[in-house]
Design a binder for this molecule. Structure first.
Ligand code: BGC
Length: 406
């Protein structure tokens, strides 16, 4: 029996664009219509209207924490035009979480931008930190009672997406590539050609993060951090120094920028090797997940240990999960991942909670096929009927006992 620390947060995560539906004023919505081969988010799973059902199912399972996001494009659909109704919507979500006894973990930016912000160059615009700070200041008005605030989701993946977009604009690249689905292109070995996010791009995001950190602390008293995608990188023999360089640009640069934060979010799915050419694409294997990544539940313990050693900050696992159509496999994966997490805690890592990705099957950035959810949704029904999977009950039991039995 593996006991987790007292007061451990157990929950699940979501992101607004992936679940809400009709995110009409966002850059992703605009892009989805233009790019061939990319599926549309459309109504998503209409969580904008069904968030109460989603939180109730989560709370009834035994989980105690819900991570969700505020969509900037709904708060500020045109530059400077603040939607009071948009703010009120997210306040109702926070109230509902608190009413159900759930700890809300609130993300302020999860990959999507308002379209007008993107048209001004997004985070490449020198004015971006000030513009982002203005939005964040507005949002602090509704954050009363929220203890955990994430400024930005996966700045390292966002920097990589910014580079891809720049390459497309410059005509060096004309095929769209999902940021999260491996091999989602006709090009061979796509993973090898995904650009390593250059710290030059990443620095823009660091500046934006630093611009809002103290604003949030001063106006709300919440703990502030950001979440970094961790690939649990290892080196092929003889490439140890290359690993250090590659890991710096993919992860450590963003972990180092968290210095002075209150916590660090760890997001882990798989593990990858580094050779002399950089990241080695996930080898083809029957066990690979529906997003093409290797089945590596041990990655979570590796990612948490590395993050803890590098930052010394309290760790919140803000995402971990698997894209699979086989829910028994989801349970196996999660059990093994929690084993690794428990080992990292036993070795000294200060870990405050585990939030599974994701509460719901959702829009996987251009695709509906890869299902990460603890709950499936019938998107053909008028009510977007929710169907909890056995994995939701299983994880809820772990949460209730605050321990894992093998
Ligand atoms: C992102 C999520 C995404 C998940 C699974 C993370 O990169 O934060 O938005 O759905 O991984 O691919």
């Amino acid at each position: 029996m593996m006991k987790f620390p007292e007061g451990f947060l157990w929950g699940a995560s979501t992101a607004p664009h992936q679940i809400e539906g009709n995110n009409l004023s966002s850059d992703w919505w605009a892009r989805e219509g233009l790019v061939p081969g990319m599926e549309l988010s459309g109504d998503a799973v209409d969580s904008y209207h069904h968030y109460r059902d989603d939180m109730r199912l989560l709370a009834e399972s035994g989980l105690n924490t819900y991570r969700f996001g505020i969509e900037w494009a709904r708060i500020e659909p045109r530059e400077g035009q603040i939607s009071r109704a948009g703010l009120a919507h997210y306040r109702r979500m926070i109230d509902e979480a608190l009413r159900l006894g759930l700890t809300p973990v609130v993300t302020l930016h999860h990959f999507t931008n308002p379209r007008w912000f993107a048209e001004q160059g997004g985070f490449l615009n020198p004015a971006a930190p000030a513009i982002f700070a203005r939005y964040v200041t507005t949002v602090t008005e509704i954050l009363d009672g929220v203890d955990w605030v994430i400024t930005m989701n996966e700045p390292n993946m966002l920097a990589m997406m910014m580079m891809l977009q720049e390459q497309m604009r410059a005509g060096q690249q004309n095929e769209w590539q999902s940021p999260t689905v491996e091999g989602d292109s006709s090009r061979d070995q796509i993973a090898a050609s995904l650009p390593t996010p250059s710290p030059e791009f990443g620095q823009r995001l660091v500046d934006a993060h630093h611009a809002v950190r103290d604003i949030i602390r001063e106006r709300t008293g919440a703990r502030v951090g950001w979440t970094v995608a961790n690939q649990a990188l290892t080196s092929t023999p003889g490439n140890e120094s290359r690993l250090i360089e590659v890991r710096h640009d993919w992860e450590d640069f963003y972990l180092d920028a968290a210095s002075g934060d209150d916590f660090i979010g760890v997001q882990s799915y798989s593990s990858q090797q580094v050779d002399e050419n950089g990241l080695v694409p996930h080898p083809d294997h029957p066990d690979n997940t529906l997003v093409g990544t290797a089945y590596r539940p041990d990655a979570l313990g590796m990612a948490v240990s590395h993050t803890w050693e590098r930052t010394g900050l309290p760790v919140l696992v803000t995402e971990n999960g698997i894209a699979t159509a086989d829910d028994a496999r989801r349970i196996d994966y999660t059990r093994a991942a929690l084993n690794g997490l428990h080992e990292a805690i036993a070795a000294g890592a200060d870990v405050r909670g585990y939030l599974h990705w994701s509460l719901l099957d959702n829009f996987e950035w251009g695709h509906w096929g890869p299902t990460f959810g603890l709950i499936s949704v019938d998107r053909t029904s008028l009510n977007f009927d929710r169907h909890p999977k056995p994995s939701l009950g299983w994880l809820g039991d772990v949460a209730r006992r605050n321990s894992l039995t093998n």
